[in-house]
Design a protein. Structure first.
Ligand SMILES: Nc1ncnc2c1ncn2[C@@H]1O[C@H](COP(=O)(O)OP(=O)(O)OP(=O)(O)O)[C@@H](O)[C@H]1O
Length: 308
């Protein structure tokens, strides 16, 4: 069964288009990452899926229901981000008690064990937690709720490296023991690539790619060598990024769809092919779309600031 299905999904904020006709579907009981640069539309998409925002146009369904204002969807989904607010009158322990009352799959033993492990004080208050501790507490709610659709929007904001590692490990362990549909947005693909099954890549309101993490890991290849060694047919390959390293040498990042004959020819000519990690491929894929080079351009005066 499809847990999530969207077709030509559009969201506009006034005249600004945040989602520009996004279509995809997610199978039930999978763990999917959502990556994209700042402003790509990730939060907008995730909030629409949990019914917190209303779509402007197109179709969106969560377990066959339109999420907006839908009690069925809100009872079976949870959205965790770093803006969560809880009544200041409640202690942390009382907030977890409330979670137990609201979420029908809630695992209170898991919640309390994680609460103790991460060293929370039962009488602590949410508004008094540090940024990283707040994210850790929110993550406990997200895991313990065991919601059929569990959404984490940049869940590790402020967490230190050790806590992030613990979180991903806890997420994977609990997901394997209690499969559910998990969507996780992140800017740190390198940290989560080993726990994700699939990945959605967004750029400027568009879905660039929806693929398995395995395919993403081999999606791109770096081709380096002297310019005159590069065969003409390489111009027909999908270029993701190009870097001149001096007057004679260059490295190009291309989509990795070379035939074995093509690879042989490159090897014969002395051209080097090297793997590109999933997170680097993502940076290359979304970087060029800016129409600018890297930040180096700022320092070499190549970006026109518009202020003469
Ligand atoms: N409430 C709002 N009113 C107007 N524009 C908004 C609003 N929320 C988001 N936007 C715009 O919609 C676009 C997508 O924003 P969104 O927050 O969904 O991106 P994001 O991928 O989650 O970004 P980030 O990684 O920075 O959190 C951006 O251009 C943003 O400025």
């Amino acid at each position: 069964m499809k847990a999530v299905q969207t077709k030509e999904l559009i969201k506009k904020y006034g005249r600004r288009t945040a989602l520009n006709g996004v279509s995809f579907s997610i199978e039930e009981n999978t763990i999917t990452g959502l990556a994209g640069r700042n402003g790509a539309g990730k939060t907008t998409l995730l909030k629409i899926l949990t019914g917190l925002l209303k779509e402007s146009d197109g179709k969106v369904e969560v377990y066959g229901n339109r999420p907006f204002n839908n009690l069925q969807v809100s009872a079976n989904s949870i959205y965790i981000d770093d803006q969560m607010n809880f009544p200041t009158s409640l202690t942390l322990k009382e907030i977890l008690e409330e979670g137990r009352r609201f979420y029908h799959n809630w695992d209170h033993t898991l919640a309390m064990n994680l609460f103790d492990y991460f060293g929370f004080h039962p009488k602590g208050r949410h508004n008094e937690l540090s940024k990283g501790k707040e994210s850790t507490f929110n993550m406990i709610i997200g895991l313990a709720s065991r919601s059929a659709l569990t959404i984490f929007d940049e869940p590790t904001t402020g967490m230190d490296a050790a806590v992030r590692k613990d979180f991903y490990r806890a997420l994977l362990k609990d997901y394997l023991a209690y499969p559910r549909t998990i969507l996780l947005s992140t800017h740190h693909l390198e940290e989560v690539e080993d726990i994700l099954e699939d990945i959605l890549l967004m750029d400027k309101g568009n879905l660039l790619m929806h693929t398995s993490m395995e395919d993403m890991k081999s999606y791109a290849v770096a081709v380096s060598g002297r310019k005159e060694w590069m065969p003409e047919w390489m111009e027909d390959k999908h270029l993701l990024y190009k870097e001149e390293s001096g007057p004679y040498e260059q490295t190009v990042i291309l989509q990795n769809n070379f035939t074995s004959e093509e690879k042989e020819e490159l090897k014969r000519k002395g051209v080097q092919l090297s793997p590109v990690s999933a997170s680097d491929a993502f940076v290359y894929m979304t970087g060029e779309a800016n129409g600018k080079g890297g930040v180096d351009d700022v320092f070499s005066g190549r970006i026109d600031s518009g202020s003469d």
